[in-house]
Design a protein. Structure first.
Length: 367
C-alpha cells in the first residue's frame, strides 16, 4: 500500500494551503487539507459532499480523470475535482472552484441559443416580407420615414422612400391622423387606397424611447383589396335585394290612378296581417302623392283572409277616412263576406260593390 493510502485523518499535509484530499475506494475522505475543508467542507464521505448526480464522477477519478461537481453544502459553487494520483485503494485529488467559469459558460451558451433563435426569427421574418403582400415601415414624430420594406410595395402606385415625410405624401387624412395618434402613444388602424382598386389596412403602433416616451410610429400595412372588394360586392347585393324587395312590395299592392281623384288598389292572393301593413303604407302614400278623394280596394283576386288581416283591412279604411278619402270595397266574394261576418267585423259605413266598374260609378256619383 502506498504512503498516501496509509495516512490517517490526523496526518498533516505537506502543503496545507492547497485543496488536497485522499479518497478511499468507497468515496470516504481519508484525509483532507485545510484548504480542501475550507472549499469543500469537512464531510467524511463523498456522498455527503457532492451532488447525487455527480457521484459517478468518483469512478472517473479512480481512472485518473476529472469531473465538475456541485457542492451539496453550497449549490452556488462548482468544483473541478482532478485526480493527481490513484491506486486500487486510494485516490489523491485536488479541487478548484470553477463557479465563475461555469457561470460564464452557461451564460455564453444561453446567449448563443438566443442569437440562434434571433437569427431563425429574422430569417423567417425576412421571408415573410419578401413573399407576403405586406409593408413594414417606421417614421419619427415629424413623419419622416426611417425604414420601409416588404413585397407589398410592388402594388403601391407611389412608393414611399426613406427620408420622405408621410404628412407631405398624397395619403388620406385618415392615415395622417392615425400617424399623429400613434406618435402621441395611441394604437389605431386605417384603410387606404394606395393604387386604383388596391387597398391596404395599416396598423399604427407607437415607438418609444428608453424613458417610455413616444419617439415615432411603426406601421404594418396589409393588402386587403380582396376583402374590400367582397365587402363592396356584398353591399351592392344587399342594395339590389332591398330594391327588389321594394319592387316586389309595390307589385304586390300596386296603387293605380284610375281617374283624377280616384285611386284603385287591386289585390291578388292571400292577405296576411303583414301584407295588410304593406297595403296600408302604399295606399296612404298614394293618397298623398295623387291628392285623391276616393280609394277603391278591389279584392276580386283575394283567395283567403284571416281575422287579423280583415281587421287590418278595416283599419286601412278608417285611416283613409281620416285623410278625407272615401274607400269603396269591390269584388267581395261570398267566402270573404262570410268570413267578415263570422269574425264580427264592424263594417260601419263601408260601401261595397260587386265590381270595379260599380265602384267607379259610386265614386263619381258622390263627387
Amino acid at each position: 500500500m502506498s504512503a498516501t493510502a496509509t495516512m490517517s485523518s490526523n496526518t498533516a499535509w505537506p502543503i496545507d494551503n492547497v485543496p488536497l484530499a485522499s479518497l478511499g475506494p468507497d468515496g470516504t475522505v481519508v484525509q483532507a487539507s485545510a484548504a480542501w475543508r475550507a472549499s469543500v467542507g469537512a464531510g467524511a464521505d463523498w456522498r455527503e459532499i457532492f451532488d447525487d448526480a455527480q457521484i459517478r464522477g468518483f469512478t472517473a477519478l479512480r481512472e485518473g480523470g476529472e469531473c465538475v461537481v456541485a457542492l451539496r453544502s453550497n449549490a452556488g459553487v462548482k468544483l473541478l475535482v482532478k485526480a493527481i494520483s490513484s491506486s486500487d485503494s486510494v485516490v489523491v485529488a485536488t479541487g478548484t472552484d470553477v463557479s465563475g467559469i461555469v457561470a460564464e459558460r452557461d451564460s455564453l451558451r444561453e446567449n448563443l441559443e438566443f442569437m440562434s433563435f434571433q437569427a431563425t426569427t429574422s430569417s423567417m421574418f425576412s421571408n415573410v416580407l419578401e413573399a407576403a403582400p405586406v409593408i413594414l415601415w417606421s417614421a419619427d414624430t415629424a413623419g419622416v420615414i426611417t425604414m420601409i420594406d416588404g413585397a407589398g410595395l410592388e402594388r403601391v402606385q407611389q412608393v414611399p422612400k426613406l427620408g420622405e415625410n408621410m404628412f407631405e405624401r398624397p395619403t388620406s387624412e385618415g392615415q395622417k391622423e392615425a400617424i399623429r395618434r400613434a406618435c402621441a402613444g395611441d394604437r389605431c388602424v386605417s384603410t387606404d387606397e394606395l393604387a386604383p382598386d388596391v387597398y391596404f389596412e395599416t396598423w399604427h403602433l407607437p415607438l418609444r424611447d428608453d424613458s417610455g416616451a413616444p419617439s415615432g410610429v411603426i406601421g404594418l400595412s396589409i393588402d386587403v383589396s380582396e376583402r374590400v372588394r367582397k365587402e363592396r360586392e356584398n353591399a351592392r347585393q344587399l342594395e339590389q335585394i332591398a330594391t327588389q324587395r321594394d319592387l316586389i312590395r309595390s307589385l304586390g299592392c300596386p296603387v293605380l290612378q284610375v281617374d283624377d281623384d280616384i285611386l284603385c288598389v287591386p289585390l291578388i292572393g292571400e292577405i296576411t296581417e303583414k301584407r295588410g301593413v304593406e297595403i296600408a303604407d302604399s295606399l296612404l302614400a298614394g293618397i298623398g302623392r295623387f291628392n285623391a278623394r276616393f280609394a277603391i280596394l278591389d279584392i276580386t283576386g283575394v283567395d283567403a283572409m284571416d281575422g287579423p288581416a280583415a281587421d287590418g283591412l278595416l283599419r286601412i279604411v278608417w285611416a283613409a277616412r281620416l285623410l278625407g278619402v272615401e274607400t269603396v270595397l269591390s269584388g267581395v266574394s261570398p267566402a270573404i263576406a262570410q268570413m267578415l261576418v263570422s269574425v264580427g267585423a264592424n263594417l260601419g259605413n263601408l260601401y261595397s260593390t260587386r265590381s270595379i266598374r260599380d265602384a267607379m260609378l259610386r265614386c263619381r256619383s258622390v263627387r
